[in-house]
Design a binder for this molecule. Structure first.
Ligand code: NAD
Length: 270
């Protein structure tokens, strides 16, 4: 069992939105390894996966035995809804005593050429990715200011927040918006000791990219594996992204704010 003083997240709590699968799930597991209590959010339909994740975190938490917990708490709901995000923030603070890290990870993608954009899909992508991240920063920021001990706000941008990729107009717009929001939030909240950064992964195999591959690579011959990028040193795993998030959450990144970090095997210039 680790001593509480060795763990950067001991007696702190972190929210992870979109935690039921993929990158969000790995972020939650990685932050729990650092000792954080975890508030886990996803859509109601994914509650069973959140319950399974909460049980895993509770059973493997490094402070199990020296603290009573609870180490994980589930709050289902849609992050584009203001009342839901307020509930996430309030329940996290009341369950764990504080909210120290907010990871606005939930994301959604719809693909298609710009001349055929489905406007309902566009609204949904912008609502979840851009508005959802803004709401997370707004309400977690308020809570952190009230607590008076700083905090770390972290968002999911993407390589699509650095340059366009064909067929991704709405998604690219939303991820550029997140980069801008991250910089402004860092400037607005810096005087409260609150930092704000984003991670910008290249392709990582998750449900999101499996769905995208069905559209992007539909013309590939059967049996030929889809490949997003060439000349990379390998493929990122969800845990590679989670390790970056753990660093951005921790005091080790104490003078880093307003930045969007590429984690793409060197394919894009930061
Ligand atoms: P994923 O689809 O595997 O997981 C996303 C999760 O978010 C899902 O569990 C989903 O149910 C949840 N979610 C969707 N809408 C929600 C909402 N309105 N409220 C709450 N939860 C919601 O995706 P992922 O690949 O793990 O992506 C995680 C984040 O990383 C996203 O923001 C994505 O845009 C970003 N990202 C992913 C990649 C990649 O290659 N996988 C690359 C760059 C950026």
């Amino acid at each position: 069992m680790s001593s509480t003083t060795e763990l950067t997240g001991a007696h702190k709590s972190a929210v992870v939105t979109g935690a039921a699968q993929g990158i969000g799930r790995s972020i939650a597991i990685r932050l729990a390894q650092d000792g954080y209590n975890l508030a886990l959010n996803d859509l109601p339909v994914n509650k069973p996966q959140l319950e399974e994740l909460a049980a895993e975190i509770t059973n493997t938490h490094p402070l199990k035995g020296s603290s009573q917990g609870p180490f994980a708490h589930i709050i289902v709901g849609d992050v584009s809804d203001s009342a839901t995000v307020q509930k996430i923030v309030n329940e996290t603070a009341s369950t764990f005593g504080s909210l120290d890290v907010m990871v606005a990870n939930a994301g959604f993608m719809r693909l298609g050429p710009v001349q055929d954009i489905n406007e309902d899909d566009y609204e949904k992508v912008m609502a979840i990715n851009a508005r959802g991240t803004m709401l997370c920063f707004k309400y977690a920021g308020q809570q952190m200011i009230k607590q008076g001990k700083g905090g770390s706000l972290i968002a999911a941008s993407s390589t699509s927040g650095r340059q366009g990729h064909a067929l991704t107009a709405s998604y690219t717009m939303s991820k550029f918006a997140i980069r801008g929001l991250v910089h402004v939030t860092a400037l607005d909240l810096g005087r409260f000791g609150i930092r704000c950064n984003a991670y910008a992964p290249g392709p990582v195999e998750t449900q999101l990219t499996r769905d995208a591959a069905l559209v992007l690579f539909k013309d590939l011959p059967p049996g030929e594996p889809p490949k997003f990028d060439r000349a990379l040193p390998g493929e990122a795993s969800t845990m590679d992204v989670a390790n970056l998030v753990a660093f951005l959450a921790s005091p080790q990144s104490s003078f880093i704010t307003g930045q969007t970090y590429g984690i793409c095997g060197g394919f894009y210039l930061n």
